[in-house]
Each structure stands twice: as structure tokens, then as C-alpha cells.
Write a protein that binds this ligand. Structure first.
Ligand code: ADP
Length: 489
């Protein structure tokens, strides 16, 4: 029997982060258990792993490593809770989810600071984007809980059962919200596994779930790495799998699910084309390019990582982009002036640096801003490659870092052909003064989301997901409900 770690978890003494003054109020516990059946439990095998601050390489906390036995316990707790959760009045279910949203708003500062500490993203982004959007997802889906019949007129709607959810490290809290909110609104219970480098905000969310008074076992959070994720996906008691992460792991998961009858959604990699026509508002487009690739250090599956600029304005755009890159501040994620924070992990930095070498070996011209970066921690200056072609690996493969591959085009058709010449199909962007071009391009680029004269804008009402190797299914909006329901005639 595992010992409940509740007392330990909450009376264990706060570890104050060693970061600057502004973070004095942030409380990160020395150790976190697994959130199963409403309690924080010690893992069966007693194993823990460190989560660190990628900006300083300092340890933040020890986090439980869930084994198959722990996952089994979590799935059983979710199954037991499903009986109750799926039967309570839908309006009541909605109230619990609203409560999660409101508590999250109350604790927004703490969530933002922990997100930046654990993941390396600039506090301005976690404060203004990640946390408010995460709360907005709970608000949005809370509203659907008692209106599901209206979402699917003439159909009977039934929840699926236990949802097993595995999320990545680039938007830890936001991805937890994307997964939990629709699942709960539809009457499912959940076992969620955060990524191993960024477990802390999901564990904070576990506290919110508990404080919101949700019945025990409705939400279970198991921490660990790939093996824990595989145990969640492969558990026979899981009825639906929702995964966001790399295309590589997505393939492994798809194989594991083949023939099991489990419903699934996979949100995988991307290599979005950001297309700038000569008639675009150039300064605005340059801001959009910067936001498209440098937002969240480029750790964004829908990042605008391939830029296509119409030849007649290419020199101007590239010069303005370089000038703008010089102004970007790379450094302390907790400083509100920072534009680009720390790379999430040593492993990810290695991957990015490997691509920087590949891009140069392939003959591309690399340009990096001249900013200073801190000595400790994991950093990458904003980087662009020019002189690359369609066959270059930095043009074809997802780098997941602040690295942009730039190509030029002459005609609309050339831009379109190049944009679609990728195994991915998650997102894209088009910059032009002409509405007709926007319509033609957005209809012809094969991608789940296409922004026009903007980039990286998210909203709970709008569906998100990919074509081709970017995944299966949609999350967000009405489509996001479909993924968590069985629709009967
Ligand atoms: P990255 O390679 O960028 O770290 P991953 O796709 O490996 O992204 O990770 C996304 C999530 O998938 C993480 O929570 C990770 O622990 C989990 N994961 C990794 N391997 C597996 C697997 N074989 N089965 C299920 N989940 C996995």
C-alpha cells in the first residue's frame, strides 16, 4: 500500500526558488507525489526524478516517477469516478469546471511564475498568454457541459469513459487545459501525464482540481517520462487517448493503438509556411515573422518556421528582420522585458545546435543576433538561414527552436507549391493587402490553421489540428467536444 503523501506534500516546507527577488512569493514544494483518487500519493516503487530550471540548471523539485502499477491505480480510480461523474447533472458538472477556471485566475501569478521557472518561457508570455488562455479553455468548455445536445442536434451524446492524456513541455499548463476541459465537460474522467521536464504547473492544477471540490478520481495526474506515457496509452482501461507531442512518438502511439478500438486524437509536429507577398504591410509582416518563429523560443508546433518572401521585397524584409532581431532580449525568463527565454532542456538545445550545424553544412547562410546570453542555462540566439532550398533539412524538418529558414518566390503558385511541399500540415500564415489572395491561399495550403496578416493567435472557440504527419483529429471549439463523445443516432 502506498502511503498518502498529502500531509508530506503540503507540510513539507516550501522551497523558495533561488531566482531573483520578484519570485520570492513563488512556492514550489521540495517533492511532489502522484495525484491519484484525490490524494497526492508516493509512487509504488519510491522513485522520483528532478525537475530543473532550464535558465539556471538549478533543481526546483523532486517529482514522483509513476510506474505501470501507479498508472493502473490511476486508471482504476478514474474508472470508479466515471460512474459518478458521467451521471451527475450536466449543469453541475459545468459548475465544477467553472470553479477550476476561477481558481486558476485567482492563482494566475503563481501559475505564470512556475511555468516560466520550470519551462524557461518568458514571464510576459506565461502571464499574458498561457495562463489566461488555459483559464479561458475551462470557461469555454464549462459552458458546453449542459448544452451538448445542442452541439449535436438530433444525436444522443455519451461520454467515452476514461481518457488517457499525454502532453508536451512547450505549453505545459495550456496543454493540460486543452486536454482536461473538454474531457471533463463531456463527462469523462482523466489520467493525464505531463512532460518530464515541465510537470510543476500540472501538479499545481491538481491542487486546483482538489480545491474546486471535484469528486476524487475524476482527474488523476501521473508524472514520469516516456515509459509512464506508454503505460497510460497502453492501459486496457483507457477508452480514449489524446496525445500532443512529436511526430516520432505519435507514430509509436498510433502503432500501440492499432486494433484496440480506442478513440484517439494526435496533435503532432509542424513546419509552417509563413508567406509574405510584396503588397503586404511590411513592418507588420516583420513583427508577424518574429512572433511566428521566436514566440516561446520556437518551441511551438505551429511555429512559422519556413518563411517565404516575394522576391521584390525579400532584401527589405530580411534587413528589417535582422534589425528587429538585434532588439530582442534573450535571457532571464522571469524578467518581464525578456523576449526569448531559455531553451527547455539540455536535450532540446542539443537538437537545435545539431540543426544549426546541419544547416551550415548544407550550404545555408546562418545569421544570429549578436545579443549576449547568460553563462548558465540553455540558450539559443534568434537565428535565420538564407540561401537554403526545399531539399535542405532545415527547411524540411521540425527544429522546435528559434530557427527560421527563409526562401523567396516570384508567383502565387510558386509560393503555394513550396508551402505544401512538406510532410506536415498543421498551420500557416499569409501576409497580403489583397483579400482575394488570402482566400485563395488559405483554401489551397493544406494545413489545419492558417492565419492571415497575423500569426500564433489562439482561442478556445477555434479548432486546432493537422493534416498529413501533423496528426489526427481536432481540439478546441465544437470539434474538440466530438473527440470526447460517442454520438448515437
Ligand atoms: P519531445 O521529443 O519534443 O520531448 P515527445 O513527443 O517525446 O516530445 O514528448 C511528448 C510527451 O510524450 C511527453 O509527455 C513524453 O513523456 C511522452 N512520451 C514519450 N515517449 C512516449 C511513448 N512511447 N508513449 C507515450 N508517451 C510518450
Amino acid at each position: 500500500m502506498a502511503t498518502p503523501e498529502n500531509k508530506l506534500a503540503f507540510d513539507d516546507g516550501w522551497q523558495y526558488s533561488p531566482a531573483p527577488e520578484s519570485t520570492d512569493h513563488i512556492k514550489v514544494k521540495k517533492r511532489y507525489g502522484l495525484f491519484i483518487d484525490g490524494n497526492f500519493l508516493a509512487p509504488e516503487k519510491g522513485r522520483y526524478f528532478d525537475t530543473i530550471n532550464p535558465a539556471t540548471e538549478e533543481k526546483l523539485s523532486r517529482v514522483a516517477l509513476a510506474s505501470e502499477a501507479d498508472v493502473d491505480k490511476a486508471v482504476k480510480a478514474a474508472r470508479k469516478a466515471y460512474g459518478k461523474w458521467s451521471r451527475i447533472k450536466p449543469a453541475e458538472r459545468g459548475k465544477y469546471i467553472y470553479r477550476i477556471a476561477r481558481i486558476m485566475q485567482e492563482r494566475a501569478r503563481e501559475f505564470a511564475a512556475i511555468e516560466s521557472l520550470d519551462g524557461g518561457k518568458p514571464i510576459r508570455e506565461s502571464r499574458d498568454i498561457d495562463v489566461p488562455l488555459a483559464a479561458a479553455h475551462f470557461f469555454y468548455y464549462a459552458g458546453w457541459a449542459d448544452k451538448l445536445e445542442y452541439a449535436f442536434p438530433g444525436r444522443k451524446v455519451r461520454p467515452l469513459g476514461v481518457a488517457g492524456q499525454v502532453i508536451p513541455w512547450n505549453f505545459p499548463l495550456l496543454m493540460a487545459a486543452w486536454k482536461l476541459a473538454p474531457a471533463l465537460a463531456c463527462g469523462n474522467t482523466v489520467v493525464l501525464k505531463p512532460a518530464e521536464t515541465t510537470p510543476l504547473t500540472a501538479l499545481k492544477l491538481a491542487e486546483v482540481v482538489r480545491d474546486a471540490g471535484l469528486p476524487d478520481g475524476v482527474v488523476n495526474i501521473v508524472t514520469g517520462a516516456g515509459e509512464t506515457g506508454a503505460a497510460v496509452v497502453g492501459h486496457p482501461g483507457v477508452d480514449k487517448v489524446a496525445f500532443t507531442g512529436s511526430t516520432e512518438v505519435g507514430r509509436v502511439i498510433m502503432k500501440a493503438l492499432a486494433g484496440t478500438g480506442k478513440k484517439y486524437t494526435l496533435e503532432l509536429g509542424g513546419k509552417a509556411a509563413n508567406i509574405v507577398f510584396a503588397d503586404a504591410a511590411i513592418d507588420q509582416a516583420v513583427e508577424g515573422i518574429v512572433n511566428g518563429i521566436f514566440f516561446n523560443q520556437g518551441h511551438v508546433c505551429c511555429a512559422g518556421s519556413r518563411l517565404f518572401v516575394q522576391e521584390s521585397v525579400a532584401d527589405e524584409v530580411i534587413q528589417k528582420l535582422k534589425d528587429r532581431m538585434e532588439t530582442l532580449i534573450v535571457g532571464d525568463p522571469l524578467d518581464k522585458n525578456t523576449d526569448i527565454g531559455a531553451i527547455n532542456s539540455a536535450r532540446q538545445l542539443e537538437t537545435i545546435e545539431r540543426y544549426l550545424a546541419i544547416g551550415q553544412e548544407e550550404g545555408g547562410t546562418m545569421y544570429q543576433s549578436s545579443c549576449k546570453v547568460p553563462k548558465e542555462g540553455y540558450w539559443c540566439r534568434p537565428t535565420i538561414f538564407t540561401g537554403v532550398s526545399q531539399s535542405n533539412r532545415v527547411v524540411q524538418e521540425e527544429i522546435f527552436g528559434p530557427v527560421l529558414a527563409i526562401q523567396t518566390f516570384r508567383t502565387f503558385d510558386e509560393a503555394l507549391t513550396k508551402a505544401n511541399n512538406t510532410p506536415y500540415g498543421l498551420s500557416g500564415g499569409v501576409w497580403t493587402d489583397k483579400g482575394a489572395k488570402i482566400f485563395r491561399m488559405t483554401q489551397s495550403v493544406r494545413a489545419g490553421v492558417i492565419w492571415a496578416n497575423t500569426f500564433n493567435k489562439f482561442d478556445p472557440t477555434s479548432p486546432f489540428g493537422g493534416y498529413k504527419e501533423s496528426g489526427v483529429g481536432r481540439e478546441g471549439g465544437l470539434h474538440g467536444l466530438d473527440a470526447y463523445l460517442r454520438l448515437e443516432a
